[in-house]
Design a protein around this ligand. Sequence first.
Ligand SMILES: [Zn+2]
Length: 309
Amino acid sequence: MITQQLRNALFVVSLLLLSACGTAPTTNTADIITTTGMIADAVQHIVSPNMSVLGLMGSGVDPHTYKATAGDVKRLRNAKLVIYNGLHLEAKLGDILKELDKPTIALGENVPQDLIHHLEDYPGQHDPHIWFDVPLWMQVVQEINKTVSAFDPAHAAEYEANTTAYLKELAELDRYVRQRIQEIPTASRVLITAHDAFGYFGQAYGVEVLGLQGISTAAEAGTQDVQNLANIIASRKIPAIFVESSVPRRHIQAVQQAVQARGWDVQIGGELFSDAMGAPGTFEGTYIGMVKHNVDTIVNALSKQDSHQ
Ligand SMILES: [Zn+2]
């Protein structure tokens, strides 16, 4: 009797151990692995429901400094197809992504290269933040369609139809952004954030862009950078500056304090989603929602100049 109870107890313990040490649940892996959520969202629109998609970098994750976990390495190895941004965005994943023995594509390196911004201060390097120019992102979506159709030709017609439908939504998004930017007084079309993520956005939509840090968040901004930016904001009486969801707030708060010390009360205009989307299930947790949230936040803060002065 006691022996049987002991056996039962041991059986329960071993089940618990198995579930604790077992492999990742199936929902935690996918046919197609992407790096950023923006790419996962686009791929999902095209391949669903034929293939499953998982983005490694969740909400609030900074892709410039992101390192692969043991689970990520496993997911990448088990995937059928790997799709990433490239242009050195996933700086710490570079070697892992290049050494994968499977179909892998760096989207930014496969769209027409005359659309890609070269960095004047860093010869041979490019701005990786291609998702903020919606027409350029539409080229990326077409590149994803080509990639998945070549990989899974049996469903190519379906992927083509899904791509056409998503491109239509993106064209509407592009029109929305253009219309809203027109609401900002021309002199106030200046976007100041913690790092230089909005270069493509600025060029596509006619907004001057200044960042505290450079293109990557890997190098911390120095005191001199803060002072220089504060001088510009105070002398031009720029009404608002913005924090980014994937960069610590203290960077932009330091700029605000330095501007206030110069007698100009610059506001924090809100939080922008720069290099990562919002939480899954929220409006900002999709590419279209993220872009709309950003443009609404920017327009609302920068249009307030008259009442602020
Ligand atoms: Zn960035």
